[in-house]
Design a protein around this ligand. Structure first.
Ligand SMILES: [Zn+2]
Length: 509
């Protein structure tokens, strides 16, 4: 590892630049001082530069990408991968979200945060936007999660997911078909009985207390979704975002149900969650809307005009049977698009190679005319677009002087790149994460030879095994409760799928 202030030369690799030749990137030397890229120069043998660098990485057999940006992620269910089949989002939420579990130990919070970070780093992801639900949401828990991010060395845009609309109200027909006794328990997020202003004041206090503790952690705000947020809460979020220049992350139109609730309960805003956000000050360049599967054309235009971002999570959307987002429409409308891997219990991998391939391929269900997205578009979304979506534009996402030294080096000896016909296309269509060899975050080498240097991987595996002895029975209990409710949940879904809606995101129905 090279401590900040030292210099690193990455010598002679193929350096990917979205503005350059994305099939055949040029060979260049990257010089890093401290946390920043200071020069990217065509190769001249590099002997002079190498003599001056503290650390030299020979990258002759490497393709160097800007570190991949996981622009939508939740660390809270990192231990739940592989627990569930493909189930509808509204059912899945009941199995996945922390408020449905007993409070977890601080040891578990630390281990799950580290696990998610390690998985990301091993897959070439250098930054995550973690929209974490902590239940309870207290200082100790926040501190443990942030310390785990500092320990792992991955960059994190941290946000606490909250809402102030409770239980069954946020999902169509739940109030009618589910037993009254469980309505209050069905909160998809950490809700609060606090007044909106008090809830936002708590978020502001957490931010004030912990900001700046770690160079690689910045903050954002995460009202879980518009339907889970009152106007007063959104206005308070907008004020805080303005005052402190914080990005705002929220889920919009993930599923048919979240779209129908807009038509049922937001008629004052034309049945549009985008208009609802806009009316309360939460639609602008700092806003990032996760999913946007069921967005209408007029709303896409509105998002483009507001210079807000959309973060697409195509793999998670498939696993939760939520449909396919209008990917080509977003690109053609000029919306800034980022990509996310979403939860580990709904995708179930922190792997942007999978996501890029799905993003590039899924428009096939509705679009045979447009050439977009291309492989370059997919890589752009996973780097430049994602960086902008999470408030890090012009700081990460490109390999340019002045950018932070967040880099992913892929081994070109991997058969995904043999023969090397096109860097962009083979990253998106051939690679699955196997070739990730070296990863730098903020000028620090955190992965080398495919192994994470900052975390003892074997010890983490062992620790998780022990923790799972307590968590497993809890998962079974939560699933058993969901199973009991299944006839009611199915009835709500049946009505949701029968209701007429002017937009369709399934291939046919
Ligand atoms: Zn999410």
């Amino acid at each position: 590892m090279s401590p900040n202030g030292k210099s690193i030369l990455i010598s002679g690799g193929l350096v990917y630049d979205d503005d350059g030749d994305t099939n055949h990137p040029v060979r260049a030397d990257i010089s890093i001082v401290g946390d920043t890229i200071v020069s990217v120069d065509p190769c001249d043998g590099g002997e002079l530069r190498a003599a001056r660098a503290d650390v030299v990485i020979d990258a002759a057999d490497r393709l160097i990408l800007p570190g991949l940006v996981n622009a939508h992620y939740h660390s809270h269910d990192a231990l739940l991968k592989g627990c569930f089949e493909t189930i509808p989002r509204e059912t899945w939420l009941l199995n996945a979200l922390p408020p449905n579990y007993k409070p977890r130990s601080l040891a578990e919070l630390r281990a799950r945060t580290l696990l998610g970070a390690v998985e990301c780093l091993r897959a070439g992801i250098t930054v995550v936007q973690d929209m974490v639900t902590l239940s309870p949401m207290d200082s100790e828990s926040v501190e443990v999660v942030l310390a785990a991010y500092a320990e792992a060395g991955i960059r994190c845009v941290f946000s606490l997911q909250v809402g102030d609309v409770h239980g069954a109200k946020v999902t169509p027909f739940w109030e009618e078909v589910l037993p009254q006794a469980v309505h209050g328990d069905l909160s998809g997020v950490v809700s609060s009985d606090e007044e909106a202003d008090l809830l936002v004041a708590r978020l502001a206090a957490f931010h004030r207390r912990f900001e700046g503790h770690c160079d690689t952690v910045t903050w954002g705000l995460a009202p879980s979704s518009p339907e889970r947020a009152t106007p007063a809460f959104l206005r308070a979020v907008a004020r805080l975002s303005d005052e402190r220049d914080l990005p705002v992350f929220t889920h919009v139109y993930e599923s048919r149900a979240t779209t129908l609730i807009a038509r049922q309960k937001f008629s004052q805003w034309g049945g549009s969650l985008v208009s609802y956000l806009d009316a309360h000050g939460v639609l602008g360049p700092r806003t990032s809307l996760a999913h946007g599967v069921w967005m209408q054309a007029s709303e896409i235009e509105k998002i483009a005009k507001a210079e807000a971002s959309v973060v697409l999570n195509p793999v998670g959307n498939l696993k939760t049977r939520s449909g396919v987002a209008p990917i080509s429409q977003y690109i053609e409308a000029g919306v800034n698009v980022g990509l996310g891997c979403d939860n580990n219990s709904c995708s179930d991998a922190q792997n942007l190679f999978q996501v890029m391939k799905a993003f590039a391929g899924l428009p096939a269900v509705s679009n045979v005319v447009s050439a977009r997205p291309t492989a370059r578009d997919a890589l752009f979304a996973a780097t430049v677009g994602g960086a902008r979506a999470i408030g890090l534009a012009n700081r990460v996402g490109r390999i340019r002087p002045g950018f932070k030294a967040d880099l992913t080096l892929l081994a070109l000896s991997d058969f995904a790149f043999v023969p090397l016909n096109s860097a962009a296309r083979q990253v998106v269509f051939s690679e699955c994460g196997r070739s990730v060899d070296t990863v730098l975050v903020n000028g620090r080498i955190v992965v080398s030879g495919g192994k994470v240097l900052t975390v003892n991987e074997a010890a983490l595996r062992h620790e998780i095994e022990v923790l799972m002895q307590e968590l497993r029975p809890e998962i079974s209990a939560v699933e058993a409760r969901t199973a009991e409710l299944r006839p009611h949940l199915h009835e709500a879904l049946r009505r949701t799928w029968e209701a007429s809606l002017e937009v369709n995101r399934y291939v046919s129905n």
